[in-house]
Design a protein around this ligand. Structure first.
Ligand SMILES: [Zn+2]
Length: 326
């Protein structure tokens, strides 16, 4: 068993970042445009736009970099943007053996802290083991001016603890946790404390306040490392995530950020779990997670198919397995 690490995190303005090496950049036009003036001192020798979280695309980008006749030994990979860029860059860095530095433009997910790349494949999500970035650069002034609905959207990957813990406990009660995923009470308590920290900073982080964003980052980092220690993600991912993954199949070409789908999943699943949801809903609102961006018919279809979906893709036992939809 390997216990993965978090990246080294530097809280510095992007324009103070020192980098001697030539840079292979993974970004998207929109995210790059938001910060390029702060990064004009980088020597960018290769650039890729990350489009879809699909392994074949990541493999093509990797091959393109390898065939570009750059002196590999000197190159540094940089991911600038959100989870789509980061997941692609982690894959490329893993397969080329190059060091990865991530520069998030919003705290929109926890992917810049994890060692996996989440690939979409045949209607579901596979968390491929790649590697964590070696270095994470956090510029709170950049995060503060990120689009409101993305700025602190990573809170959804923490508020999900409320529904995920409930599922983990349900599975324990019903003897449905497989070997290696048994309920560990102190881990559940630690996750609850992280959730409390996230709920506490929701207002400040959502408003772009520096201390609030730092606390949200702390909660994201602790949540990821907690899962790294136990080698699974049950404290952070349960039925709300399964629902979010199922929902992606009913959105057609409409692109909705992962966090927003998870937000919808949290409120729905918490209700099925008979949980008090007011404080969860409040935190999501304070972080500007839209409550109406997902088309209702897609929600209905995803819900109806959920019990079958979670079995088909062998997700760990949760309330989603027990839903009886008409
Ligand atoms: Zn997530």
């Amino acid at each position: 068993m390997r216990i993965w690490n978090l990246p080294v995190i530097d809280l510095i303005p992007f324009d103070e970042l020192e980098e001697e090496r030539p840079v292979a950049l993974v970004t998207t036009l929109e995210d790059w445009n938001a910060v390029k003036d702060d990064l004009d001192h980088l020597n960018i020798v290769w650039r890729a736009d990350a489009v879809d979280p699909i392994v074949q695309q990541w493999a093509n980008l990797t091959m393109d970099l390898q065939q570009s006749n750059l002196n590999d030994a000197e190159l540094a990979i940089y991911a600038v943007g959100g989870e789509i860029e980061v997941d692609a860059a982690k894959y490329i860095a893993h397969h080329t053996g190059l060091e990865l530095t991530c520069l998030p433009t919003a705290l929109s997910a926890d992917s810049f802290l994890t060692y996996t790349s989440s690939a979409r494949d045949q209607g579901s999500v596979t968390h491929l083991e790649t590697k964590p970035p070696e270095r994470l650069i956090i510029d709170v002034d950049v995060l503060a001016v990120a689009p409101e609905d993305l700025r602190a959207a990573g809170i959804c990957d923490l508020v999900s603890i409320a529904t995920a813990l409930w599922d983990w406990e349900l599975a324990a009660e019903e003897g449905q946790n497989p070997e290696g995923m048994e309920l560990i009470p102190w881990v559940a308590d630690a996750a609850q404390a992280i959730l409390d920290g996230a709920l506490e900073c929701a207002e400040a982080a959502g408003a772009g306040d520096a201390e609030g964003l730092k606390q949200l980052l702390d909660c994201l980092a602790l949540g990821v490392q907690l899962c790294n220690q136990i080698d699974h993600t049950r404290p952070l991912e349960g039925s709300e995530h399964y629902f979010a993954y199922a929902l992606e199949n009913y959105l057609g070409k409409k692109r909705i950020p992962h966090a927003h789908l998870v937000g919808t999943g949290i409120l729905l699943m918490a209700e099925f779990q008979d949980q008090y949801t007011e404080h969860l809903e409040r935190a999501l609102k304070l972080c500007h997670i839209p409550q109406d961006s997902v088309p209702e018919d897609a929600v209905g279809l995803a819900l109806r198919g959920l019990p079958e979906y979670v079995r088909k893709h062998a997700f760990p036992y949760s309330i989603a397995h027990e839903l009886k939809m008409q």
